[in-house]
Design a protein around this ligand. Sequence first.
Ligand code: SF4
Length: 694
Amino acid sequence: VIELGTPTKSVVTTCAYCGVGCSFKAELNGDTLVRMVPYKNGKANRGHSCVKGRFAYGYASHSDRITSPMIRDTIDEPWREVSWDDALGFAAKKMRSLQKKYGQKSIGVITSSRCTNEETYLVQKLARAVFGNNNTDTCARVCHSPTGYGLGQAFGTSAGTQDFDSVEHSDVVVVIGANPTDGHPVFASRLKKRLRQGAKLIVIDPRRIDLVKSPHISAAHHLPLRPGTNVAVVTAIAHVIVTEGLMDEDYIRTRCDWDEFLDYAAFVSDSKHSPEATTLLTGVHAGELRAAARLFATGGNGAIYYGLGVTEHSQGSTTVMAIANLAMLTGNIGREGVGVNPLRGQNNVQGACDMGSFPHELPGYRHVKNSDVRDVFESLWGVKIDPEAGLRIPNMLDAAVDGTFKGLYCQGEDILQSDPDTKHVAAGLAAMECVIVHDLFLNETANYAHVFLPGSTFLEKDGTFTNAERRINRVRKVMAPRNGYGDWEVTQMLANAMGADWTYTHPSEIMNEIAATTPSFAHVSYQLLDDKGSVQWPCNAEHPEGTPLMHVGGFVRGKGRFMVTEYIATDERTGPRFPLLLTTGRILSQYNVGAQTRRTDNVVWHDQDWLEVHPHDAEVRGINDGDWVRLTSRAGETSLRVKITDRVSTGVVYTTFHHPDTQANVITTDYSDWATNCPEYKVTAVQVSLSNGP
Ligand code: SF4
């Protein structure tokens, strides 16, 4: 039963869960939040929301929240509550002494896609201007870093090309490696509306997601590919389009590099890329694939939406590039109803990447090697910036195990639970001499921490999030921070304890600095956001009110770039010991590792993660519905209960990763994307056997 007081005031803010970025009116009675009402003027959601944004805010007042800073000399000791000054002084002294002993590059930062743009901007500034190195990374490393790389290579900018409204003009929609019904529910509703109006749908996914067949919706084609074969399937679609002459030659000649297209066309035309030649490899019926390719090429405005089922592979970046090829091949970039649209998992994945959180890029996706760009920041910050790229998260952990990386400030990210190969992450953390965790709860990573700095929720701070359509939305303070400070203030206090002299008094001043240094944000200000509700970057002199559609009339890089995308099988192979392939996903009511959703008690959440097994695979193992099984991989094992279903094909099993007990990442491998090190979460060879439970 939810006790609702009578609201006495409301504040418009932005949901802190998925990349749709729904706007809400947070209604308060005094200082008590009584309900979140979807905001009808919110441009991303137009008055709609899902269960998470509407109800799952209870974690903000959960008793697990830590509100006092804590320190300890070793991770075996109990925590000691101390003042902010003592905690920050302790952290600053440790970090500086590590740099003195082990070198300037022996420490680094990890920021989170859960934090605001202003917070992530400050965290990368902390690394570059105070630590004096580029050891900064973000949890986008483990989700959409291949999007950043692949789209940057093809189009010249690392972002989705459309706004959500665009789907209302689509005639054919491809959904690949995404399950919008559960992962991006409000966008899914808009997509379903368009499908009910007659648009055709092609689903490319190992699992029969709801969109394939649900009331009033039936996909024209479902290509249930074997996990790990995205590149082969997308290339086979391109083979059909090129060899049957279905490409948009006028578009390619005027908008793309023709010589690169010719190389690409010769590559995809090879008979080894035909649907018939790839069926055995991908598991996709050749006739179905050929029909899907013809539909996409000839069915009118074609839009592609994708998620982590594309990026979290050893060929994640290659698949993103293959998708970009497909869109250019069919002339489907640069107008409403088309485009390449990554569905971002977290609220501010786009923003964290935009803000220079990566170790090789300053804000606005500009390489640290570029001296002109460094000059901009050096003159403003009064420091020299290292021209050499820093360490990515996996490199930090490797270096820690090797003894050369010793200190980490980790804001809003539980790397022990969410990064692959848990044992290796634990070994890396254990080898560090100063781990500073800045978070809401004592998470798993905090088991290895020496300093805990309490964080603030989205309800407790001002700032901005940038959603999957590049829309910069305001986050407005609804209540005072329980710990006394917004996260941006804590980062500033840490910087100053280490010798900096930062004097920001409000996040709007940080946004002004972002606008002054980052061309795609040049016209962004809190005043503009308040006036317009939100804007989509680029927002500058050329586009003073933002840019809903990108690459209209020309690509950001000039000519669109076709790239040869050779399929290379993952090193993760099935065999007699591990004959099945595990892939993973989400459910509607839970969010990632559940740190927030599990701490909201006004909604009944599902009680555990389940393992979906095809009836044939269950029968040969003597497994019945509801049985406990042991799920074993080369990396480790865990226990789950079984749901027998033909949603998955034979040879494929599927689970979610919301409950800490499941520890799905204990069994995932350490293989990763060749370009970005994004972990290959979506393909793990496993065995399933009956057990007595955990
Ligand atoms: Fe929040 Fe995403 Fe749900 Fe919207 S669709 S309410 S942004 S979780």
